[in-house]
Design a protein around this ligand. Sequence first.
Ligand SMILES: [Zn+2]
Length: 279
Amino acid sequence: MGRWKNGAQCAAMLTFDVDGETLWLSGDITQLDQVGMLSQGTYGPRVAVPLILNLLRQKDLKATFFIPGWTAEAHHKSLVPVVEWGHEVGHHGWLHEWPTALTRDEEQEVLEQGLHALRELTGKDPAGYRSPAWEFSDNTLTLLNDYGFKYSSNLMSHFIPWQHAETGIIELPVSWLLDDAPFFLYGPGGRNSKPIHAADDVFKIWTEEFRGIYQYGGLFNLTMHPQIIGRPGRVQMLSRLIDYINSFPDVWWATGEEVADYWVEHGDASPVSGASIDL
Ligand SMILES: [Zn+2]
């Protein structure tokens, strides 16, 4: 029997950070005239999100979409189907600000702006928060707790969830290894200029890590960005990845909120990541 719902051996989450143009604005709205640069981000909500939604419908899966408030407003029409098709929407800042660069008041304002925009999109408060930089300030966890968030998906210190001691917020851990950006994100002029990998290479890397996480009964929490994973060839790879994972018995596909809810009830509530893992 695995540790997951109905004895599943492994939990698997597909998450999409729908940054849109905010990834390229770097919190600076004055750069809105950089049309060529920003078009890389526009591709995400406008073209990639529909491709991804179609794929998820074909595979009968629900995913979690973390959306900056600014993007939720600017691309409202493209993002309504995310909600209509039953996917979870989580908080991802307002203009993709790094919490570590903000004062407490600024961070609170950004949190509220994001909340307001997501309520307009979904009609409810989000349960989850993913920092635009996977980074916390000293105030982040307290603010998340004050605003009623159930979970965070930002830290890398394990591959099973844990509960933050101070607040009880559940952490759904991430990893650069399970992120599309290190393999595919490219920008001219030095910024983000990494070699672009073949999707087949990344399929190999992600399936390799899946096999390990499955063996140890962990959480396979894949972070993707529609503007990156949503290129046609990569969507095909994601389709193959889902099929590959589905070839294993006892995998529990879940949204972030479902995993967090389950962990509150059934997980080991040890606040120390790693202290309780039973290998
Ligand atoms: Zn982001």
